[in-house]
Write a protein that binds this ligand. Structure first.
Ligand SMILES: *Cc1c(COP(=O)(O)O)cnc(C)c1O
Length: 648
């Protein structure tokens, strides 16, 4: 944090305390939904959700399908309600990510029913006087009974929303009565009924509902001053910056755009490197207060995009001194008080601030997570697999600088992402690859008078080729790994130029590729054995445009499709002696890697140069007489394009 221009600190312990305070107002048998829309009001949806779930939240509430998806990618499997009306085009993603849509009109219900193709749980939103989304209460009984008849829709909840729970008790009562009379009119009992937002929990009695939706109050911001006597809350977010420059002005000199402030006398002021682009609202020009060394200082002049000026005439301050802009224990800079200076909204300022500042999450005084300055929440459909890999790789790489963070991302997000959610991403486990060199004193084309290689070590196919090769090592490879079987067959491919082999890297049905020396023809490569579990596969070779394709298949594989199976592939070929290096690359996400190079007495001074992108950049290297092996931890994920170059 020492190097940041501005940042937010999110105090998860305060958040937990606020939840505990709120729970005192919730009757037994009533559940709570944590509202985490807009990145949890700028507090970080993932961390807040995780904490809320630990504190007993049974639902999460988001604004749209993207926010819900992101939480799913991050491994959260709690039910998620999309509070706003969804679009027809979002239905597929809603289903795919197992999100709960809100029904705000009969038409949308009918469309959803048609497109859903299978049962989907929904909540119906009834407008009892909010005048925003939802089915108008006067039409709601008819609409609900029609929705109930739609075969694919399962009404799991019915809810409404208060318009002014924080300060208009009479209106809330009217809304409650309308809601209750609708519930009474139903000929079925939905599992969940809910109307109260966080203010409503404190201000109104809602005996007929069994779920509440907690937002702003849980973040420690009062929605109305009158609530202060009823509940004690602590701000969760603190927005901080530091002094960038200290200056003086003479009487009559103006400060900032349009000369809206003029020094009344000789004064000292500080420039802070935050502005309205950082969420410090423009309306705070000449009005805002900041805290420096526990003293309040007034904002002077207009807020610029990236800078503000504050009066520090009375203070002894230095450049880089910390400044608190929002939150904290000081009343004047709490969100509700700061925004009251310009008749603004504390909901809005929290979202604004959350947008640009780097964010640090604290629990019991200890930093447990952070997120970067420029957040862009990505969803996988925005990216091709390739691009996604690059994004994740880069993120991990950068974050490897910090063990805490890289581990967090690594284990929490990736593991779930790849192992539990997205079945379309191919990955392998227990990857073991051995490459063995033997001397081949076979002479070219078996002509001349050189000694012939003992034929018995050659595969029948290569023996049939009758091509011995001086200047090459006889090379046997074995590869085993486990992976979900996609089909009743797969291919092994071999070519003698990278260009020719390229297309096989794009194909998902190719499990092994071998680049042959460019002086050799592609048919100097053979699959000696291919197995899945213990089934020995049939294989057929086909030479196609200079590439050798070997199709491995067996009728029994049909029953194994979709299951995780053990692959085992052995090959035989030749490797040029004058190459002096041999590379092995991973092209899929792989958990647990072991690559061995066995050279017996045909080579000396072999070194392994690993290029690893995973939790650790440095795999274990084990040297024995005549062999060298590199390995990751058995449960460690290794990213594609990691690999090793053996140099000899
Ligand atoms: C945002 C929202 C809430 C949370 O309201 P707070 O006032 O922040 O407690 C509850 N319900 C719905 C439908 C919302 O959109």
């Amino acid at each position: 944090m020492q190097n940041e221009r501005s940042w937010t600190e999110i105090n998860l312990s305060n958040f937990e305390q606020n939840l505990n305070e709120l729970k005192k107002f919730i009757s037994a048998g009533t559940d709570f939904m944590q509202i985490v829309k807009a990145d949890a009001y700028g507090h970080g949806a993932f961390e807040i959700s995780r904490k809320a779930i630990l504190c007993g939240a049974t639902f999460l509430g988001v604004a749209n399908v993207q926010e819900g998806m992101l939480l799913r990618y991050q491994g959260i499997d709690t039910p998620i309600l999309i509070l706003s009306p969804s679009l027809e085009s979002e239905i597929e993603l809603i289903m795919e990510n197992e999100l709960i849509p809100t029904i705000s009109s009969l038409e949308f219900a009918q469309t959803l029913d048609k497109k859903a193709m299978k049962e989907i749980g929904i909540h119906i939103n009834i407008d009892t006087g909010m005048g925003r989304s939802g089915i108008h209460y006067k039409q709601s009984l008819t609409a609900t009974s029609k929705i109930q008849k739609l075969p694919n829709l399962k009404i799991e909840g019915i809810f409404s929303h208060f318009s002014a729970a924080e300060n208009d008790a009479d209106y809330s009562k009217l809304q409650s009565e309308r809601f209750k009379s609708i519930l009474d009119g139903l000929d079925f009992k939905p599992k969940y009924t809910h109307i109260a937002n966080s203010s409503g929990v404190i201000t109104s009695k809602n005996d007929y509902s069994n779920l509440v939706r907690l937002g702003l109050l849980s973040y420690g911001v009062y929605t109305d001053p009158s609530l202060k006597n009823k509940i004690s809350l602590k701000p969760v977010m603190t927005f901080k910056s530091r002094i960038g420059q200290i200056k003086t002005a003479e009487k009559g000199e103006s400060i900032g755009y349009n000369r809206s402030y003029t020094a009344p006398g000789k004064m000292k002021y500080a420039i802070l490197p935050v502005g309205y682009a950082d969420g410090y609202d423009f309306m705070l020009s000449n009005k805002g207060k900041v805290l420096i060394k526990d003293k309040l200082c007034g904002v002077i002049g207009k807020i610029s995009m990236d800078m503000i000026a504050v009066d520090v005439t009375e203070l002894n301050v230095n450049v880089e001194d910390e400044v608190v802009l929002l939150g904290n224990e000081h009343d004047a800079i709490k969100a509700e008080n700061l925004t009251s200076l310009y008749n603004g909204s504390s909901y809005e300022i929290l979202c604004q601030v959350g947008r640009r500042a780097k964010r640090y999450h604290f629990e019991n005084g200890k930093m447990i997570a952070s997120s970067p300055l420029l957040r862009r929440d990505f969803v996988s459909s925005d990216y091709s697999d390739d691009k996604l890999n690059t994004v994740i790789e880069t993120a991990i790489e950068q974050r490897l600088q910090s063990k805490e963070i890289s581990n967090l991302i690594y284990s929490d997000i990736l593991k779930r992402f790849f192992t539990e959610r997205d079945r379309d991403i191919h990955y392998r486990r227990n990857f073991k690859h051995t490459i063995e060199f033997k001397d081949s004193t076979l002479s070219p084309f078996s002509r001349g008078n050189s000694k012939e290689l003992d034929n018995s070590v050659l595969s029948p196919f290569l023996r049939g080729n009758k091509r011995g090769l001086k200047g090459y090592y006889l090379t046997n490879t074995t590869l085993t790994f486990t992976k979900q079987l996609q089909n009743d067959h797969f291919y092994v491919a071999c070519a003698n130029s990278e260009k020719l082999l390229e297309k096989y890297f794009l194909r998902k049905d190719v499990e092994y590729r071998w680049l042959l020396d460019n002086k050799l023809e592609a048919n100097l490569f053979d699959v000696t054995s291919a197995k899945i579990n213990d089934i020995e596969l049939y294989h057929e070779m086909k030479l196609k445009d200079g590439c050798l394709e070997i199709r491995c298949h067996h009728p029994q594989l049909q029953e194994l499709v979709g299951k995780e199976v053990e692959f085992s592939i052995s090959t035989q070929t030749f490797y040029p002696k004058d190459s002096h290096q041999l590379s092995v690359y991973l092209i899929e996400m792989t958990q647990g890697v072991e690559i061995s190079f066995v050279y017996g007495n045909v080579l000396k001074n072999v070194e392994a140069v690993p290029i690893f992108s995973s939790r650790s950049k440095f795999p274990q290297i084990k040297e024995n007489k005549g062999s060298i092996m590199i390995s990751s931890q058995p449960d460690e994920w290794v990213f594609p394009t990691s690999g090793v170059v053996f140099v000899y």
